[in-house]
Design a protein around this ligand. Structure first.
Ligand code: B1M
Length: 856
């Protein structure tokens, strides 16, 4: 292993640094005219040398460097994004925001026949002709980055609401990324230069600049399969991750052929090292904000890893850059070897006893999603629906309906009878069932071709029943599961049969998990069945199965199923035994048993066990079912009061979890029950969103979850709005309102607007992200009496200050009043800015606005 005498430190300046200090421009010409770029690069080398030559940066007499580059915008440009070039910034692609239909029509473009690529190829030919070589590479951008450029922020909703659309788009993005990597490799043999100076330039580096915004689960379900697709083709690869890597670290551990990981500021470096071991080079980034605002002392203490600091903007003190370079040069030795290239498995598979947190499995039909997980009510997989032969579709349909009506969440379809074409009958059965129910299906067959036929006929994300620890079986079925984006049940048996001991069943389960991950099937898409055996045949068998459930849950964190009724085989009072076993198994982690949903005892046991395990808020579901059968629970209230505490708590929960339909229904219920609309907002909706903010801060949820919650809240507000809106006779005054520059939050501002309007104000809404000048112009145009600023981000403070300054120093300064509010504001800050009033909430906003104008 090679040793370096110092920590490698990369320093990279943002274009504005060169632009402001040396007048070098990064406009269109820099990217489109190779000669301009060659000149600029020489100028860059000279200027770096002038300032930091003593640390080895730059060169006094640089050679011309025939470089290709296109920022991170080539693939977005190929898809048609508008590209914005600026003198002092990297080029920026505007999102296309394609509609559902447009996305579904998308196909992988012939990227080399598009005009941006043809233009680049022309430049490459020119450089080769003139300089005899070409260096650099075209940044591919990451799979999610590209998808966000094509779909816009809507992608975050799609993760929850349109997973099939997501997969379609991400598959196309991944294909483009790997084609561009291949081009880079063929053209210059490098795939890292444009992303980071710290990686082996021959690696293909995937820029995952937006992965910090999603949860591990979203990463594993939506992005990991495509990162792996790229990795399999372009291996070995590296990943550049912006921001803290901590949340998705476990996901990156499943990326195949990973040799380099660049982690953003705030990441847990030790954990990263521990997860990957020495075969993955780790580069940690120092925050450019620290570099700009910190002192040399704060910048200096860098510890044992390679580092770089890029994106240093104009104003970063030279002394800070020198302090970082000096410290890096002086620090101890770091073992690091970029040369090692042979295949090694990601270490995470090989670490024994490493406990994994529990995951949730989502299955879907075209219109319904069922989520399986320890924090959700038990999910019932109905026992096999099997035709007795071809053409038996009517019976299949009615059996499916019966099971769903009895409470089955997922239906198991098995057509394994002799003398039929199993693949054909499976497809027919799947289609027939979809005609009558929206329950997701479990495709149950021993034949890969029947599984394939069932998966192809099903619209959604199905479960496959099953694989086991036999390599032959795994090899035949797992690729089908991955290809169709399905989930799969893994039975803890192999060619040696079913092991008696729980530990041995755990061993097989771990192997199935390892193989699934290698195939690109995320952990949440594997459900393990540790197999229930007849207790009449072996009196210890049920106990061993219960122990296997516990072990697998604790070690692997996957969801667990069992064919419950086997346990009572050969005994009398089977349903009582099954129900008791079910409750015990649930304690040990069972989340989705295969049961006969029409068994009354079983149904009751499920409801009771869920309730006793705390998964039935205020016993709501248990009571709701019992309410339909009043003779059994005479004294229990049967109807939930529309404004009952429990209904309102459920409303809060629905907002927090982004269950829009449920939240809207509960809001309607509360309004029907004549609850005060303003109280619903103040006492329930706003606190729910506050709870969302707290969960976001604790990193329990991520941007997509926060967006879904905000949209749910907005849907409830839309329902309430007409009840609050009323005509007023006289206009009390005009307010121009907006959320300050850089801030996109609008829910609070919209509430303030609504209340002001209902109180008699004329309100001109400038929307979000409003620059100071726009407030001023609008105030002039509409002859405003008041300007209202909403600001939720602390980073918005300078914009609030600036907006107040612009208004106060303008011709309107003496006349127009300014009121501020929003989560980032305090009375003290607002006063210090020179604004006239601060309002804690919308009601206070109205009160203070009236006070400012002296009106009632
Ligand atoms: Co963001 N977000 N968010 N967010 N978000 C906060 C504000 C945050 C506090 C969450 C947290 O970490 N706890 C945090 C800010 C931390 C900080 O600055 N120190 C935060 C962050 C960090 C971010 C991002 C930077 C996250 C990221 O990308 N890494 C990002 C920023 C995007 C941007 O703006 N450039 C971001 C994005 C988003 C979403 C898009 C996902 C979504 C906004 C959707 C939308 O608005 N359409 C969102 C949400 C929903 C929130 C929380 C959870 C809820 C905000 C909300 O609507 N509250 C929020 C946490 C929180 O505030 N508890 C959070 C309900 C609303 C009714 O309250 O707006 O305060 P509020 O309005 C109240 C009063 O403040 C007052 O009256 C209203 C009604 O009573 N008021 C005024 C408001 N304006 C007024 C003006 C007045 C008078 C009164 O006179 C003119």
């Amino acid at each position: 292993m090679a040793e370096k005498a110092h920590i490698p430190l990369g320093v990279g300046f943002y274009p504005d640094w060169f632009n402001e200090n040396y007048g070098i421009s990064f406009d269109r010409k820099y990217y489109f005219d190779p000669e301009t770029r060659v000149e600029a690069r020489m100028e860059i080398e000279r200027s770096l040398h002038e300032r930091f030559g003593e640390f080895g940066l730059g060169s006094a007499n640089p050679e011309p460097k025939p470089l290709i580059t296109f920022g991170m915008v080539m693939l977005p440009a190929i898809f048609g994004c508008e590209i914005v070039f600026e003198d002092g910034a990297l080029p920026w692609a505007m999102p296309l925001n394609l509609s559902d239909e447009e996305i579904m029509k998308l196909e992988v473009p012939d990227i080399f026949n598009t005009s941006p690529m043809k233009e680049m190829i022309g430049q490459i030919d020119y450089l080769k002709e003139k300089y005899g070589r070409v260096v650099g590479d075209i940044n591919t951008t990451g799979v999610q980055n590209l998808a966000l450029k094509i779909r816009g922020d809507q992608l975050y909703y799609d993760f929850f609401e349109k997973p099939d659309l997501c997969h379609h788009l991400l598959r196309i993005c991944a294909e483009c990324v790997l084609r561009l990597f291949d081009f880079n490799r063929r053209t210059t043999g490098t795939g890292a230069m444009d992303v980071t100076p710290m990686a082996d330039p021959e690696l293909c580096i995937l820029p995952n600049c937006t992965a910090e915004q999603i949860s591990l689960q979203t990463y594993e379900e939506f992005i990991l399969p495509y990162d792996n697709q790229v990795a399999d083709t372009c291996k070995p690869i590296g990943i550049h991750h912006c921001g803290s890597v901590d949340e998705v670290l476990a996901g990156y551990a499943k990326v195949r052929h990973l040799r380099f990981l660049e982690i953003g500021f705030g990441s847990d470096v030790r954990k990263t090292r521990d997860t990957f071991g020495p075969e993955v080079a780790v580069n940690a980034r120092i925050s450019p904000v620290l570099m700009k605002n910190g002192t040399p002392e704060e910048v200096a203490p860098l510890s044992n890893f390679s580092i770089d600091t890029v994106g240093l903007t104009h104003g970063t003190p030279d002394e800070n850059v020198k302090a970082a370079l000096r410290t890096a040069a002086e620090y101890g030795k770091i073992p690091r070897d970029r040369g090692e290239k042979e295949e090694t498995k990601p270490r995470v598979f090989a670490v024994p006893g490493k406990k994994r947190p529990p995951v949730e499995t989502s299955l879907r039909s075209a219109s319904r999603t069922v989520t399986i997980g320890p924090d959700h009510p038990l999910v019932l997989i109905g026992e096999r629906i099997n035709p007795t032969g071809p053409g038996d579709l009517e019976r299949i349909r009615s059996e499916a309906l019966k099971q769903v009506e009895a409470g089955a969440d997922i239906l198991d379809v098995n057509v394994g009878v002799s003398g039929i074409d199993e693949a054909q009958v499976m497809a027919e059965a799947v289609r027939a069932i979809q005609e009558v129910t929206d329950a997701p299906l479990c495709i149950d067959s021993a034949l890969p071709e029947a599984i394939e036929a069932g998966l192809s006929a099903f619209e959604g994300k199905a479960l496959v029943n099953s694989v086991n620890g036999e390599e032959k079986k795994l090899r035949a079925v797992l690729p089908l599961v991955r290809e169709h984006g399905a989930a799969v049940i893994g039975l803890t048996m192999d060619d040696q049969g079913i092991p008696k001991k729980a530990e041995d069943r755990l061993r097989i389960a771990s192997r199935i998990l390892e193989r699934s991950l290698q195939e690109g099937i995320p952990r949440q898409d594997l459900i393990i069945d540790p197999l229930a055996m007849a207790v009449s045949a072996d009196f210890e068998s049920a106990r061993e199965t219960l122990e296997a459930l516990r072990l697998i849950r604790e070690e692997l964190g996957v969801n667990l199923t069992l064919g419950l009724s086997n346990v009572s085989f050969g005994l009398p009072r089977r349903s009582a035994i099954n129900a008791t076993f079910l409750a015990m198994a649930m304690m040990n982690g069972l989340t989705c048993p295969i049961v006969d949903p029409t068994s009354e005892e079983m149904r009751l046991a499920v409801l009771a066990a869920d309730m006793l395990l705390g998964r039935d808020r205020h016993c709501g579901r248990f009571l709701a079912v019992q309410a339909k059968e009043p003779e059994q629970v005479a004294a229990v209230p049967t109807e939930k009061e529309p404004d009952s505490e429990s209904a309102l708590l459920e409303l809060e929960e629905a907002v927090i979890h982004g269950n829009r339909q449920q939240a809207v229904e509960l809001t309607r219920l509360a309004l029907d029950g004549r609850m005060d609309p303003q109280a619903i907002i103040d006492r329930h909706l706003i606190p729910a969103l506050n709870a969302v903010g707290e969960r976001f801060e604790r990193k329990e949820i991520f941007i997509p979850e926060m967006m879904i919650a905000a949209r749910t809240m907005q849907a409830c507000l839309d329902l309430i709005k007409p009840l609050l809106e009323r005509e007023t006779e006289k206009v009390l005054g005009t307010m121009v309102i907006g959320t300050v520059f850089g801030d996109l939050h609008d829910i609070g501002k919209n509430l303030v607007k609504l209340l002001l309007k209902t109180s008699g104000f004329r309100v001109v809404d400038l929307g979000e992200n409003v620059p100071p000048q726009n407030f001023l112009e609008a105030a002039r145009e509409h002859e405003a009496d008041i300007v209202g600023l909403s600001s939720l981000l602390t980073t918005g403070d300078p914009h609030v200050r600036e907006t107040v300054r612009v208004l106060k120093e303008s011709d309107l300064g003496d006349r127009v009043k300014i009121i501020c509010g929003g989560a980032a504001m305090t009375g003290k800050f607002v006063q210090a800015c020179g604004a006239d009033a601060y309002a804690r909430d919308a009601a206070e906003g109205v009160k203070k606005s009236k006070e400012l104008l002296g009106v009632e």
